[in-house]
Design a protein. Structure first.
Length: 227
C-alpha cells in the first residue's frame, strides 16, 4: 500500500505521454479559446452551460455533483485545460441545479436534447457523484452518442449494476481513497464490471476526488481522451 502514491503518479505520467502521442494539436490552435456562457431552451426549460474550446474538436461533457455546478469546472481549470489540448469542453448545470430550471424530462432524453441543441454528435461524459443518475441512462440508452466515460464515485451504480457489462466505451473510474461515502471496494467492483475499464485511485482524496487531486485527475482525463 505504501507504493500507491508512486503508482498513481507513474500512471498519470504514462497517460499524459500517451495523450501527447495520440492527440496532436497545432500549438497556435491549442491556446484556450474564450469561455462562452450560454443558455438553451429544452422543452420550455432553461439550461445554463459553459462552453470552451474548438467547435470541431472532440467533446467532453462535464456534469457535476449535488453541491456543485458548471462553474466548478471553470474554477478548477478543467475547461481551459481541455480547450488548450484542442478539446471542446462543455460544463452544464443539471436540471434544478445552478442556473438551470427544473425539468420533467427523463435523464437520457434531457442529455440527448442538450447534445442535439449544441450539435454534439458524440461526447466523453464526466459524471461525479449525483450526476451518475443522469449518466448511466444516457450511456445505456444512447451508446452511439458516447465516446468515453469518466465516472467519479457515481451514485446509481448499484441500480445499473446488472447492465454495466453492456457499456462499450473507454472508461476511467476515478475514486478517492479517503471517500467517506463510498469505499474503494465499490470502485474496484465497478471497474471489474465494465469491460476494459481502468481505475484511477487518488490517494488521500475524498468523495469529490477531482477537487482534492486536480493534477492527477486532469492527467487521467487527458489520457482517456488519448485512447
Amino acid at each position: 500500500m505504501a507504493s500507491q502514491p508512486w503508482t498513481n503518479a507513474l500512471l498519470c505520467l504514462v497517460l499524459l505521454a500517451a495523450c501527447r502521442q495520440v492527440v496532436e494539436v497545432d500549438p497556435a490552435a491549442a491556446l484556450p479559446m474564450q469561455l462562452q456562457e450560454r443558455t438553451l431552451d429544452i422543452d420550455g426549460a432553461s439550461v445554463h452551460l459553459l462552453d470552451q474550446g474548438p467547435s470541431d474538436g472532440p467533446v467532453v461533457l462535464l456534469l457535476h455533483g449535488a453541491r456543485f455546478h458548471s462553474g466548478t469546472w471553470q474554477e478548477l481549470g478543467t475547461l481551459a485545460l481541455l480547450a488548450g489540448a484542442g478539446v471542446r469542453a462543455v460544463a452544464v448545470d443539471m436540471p434544478g441545479f445552478g442556473l438551470s430550471a427544473e425539468s420533467a424530462a427523463e435523464p437520457a432524453a434531457w442529455l440527448t436534447a442538450v447534445c442535439d441543441a449544441l450539435d454534439l454528435e458524440r461526447v466523453t461524459l464526466v459524471a461525479p457523484s449525483r450526476s451518475g443518475a443522469m449518466a448511466f441512462p444516457f450511456l445505456l440508452e444512447m451508446p452511439e452518442r458516447c465516446s468515453g466515460f469518466v465516472p467519479i464515485a457515481p451514485i446509481a451504480r448499484d441500480t445499473y449494476a446488472d447492465r454495466l457489462h453492456l457499456l462499450r466505451v473507454p472508461t476511467l473510474v476515478v475514486w478517492g481513497t479517503a471517500d467517506a461515502y463510498h469505499p474503494v471496494s465499490d470502485a474496484r467492483a465497478m471497474t471489474a464490471a465494465i469491460e476494459g475499464a481502468q481505475l484511477l485511485l487518488l490517494e488521500g482524496a475524498g468523495h469529490a476526488a477531482y477537487l482534492d487531486r486536480p493534477d492527477e485527475f486532469h492527467a487521467g482525463l487527458l489520457g482517456l481522451l488519448g485512447r
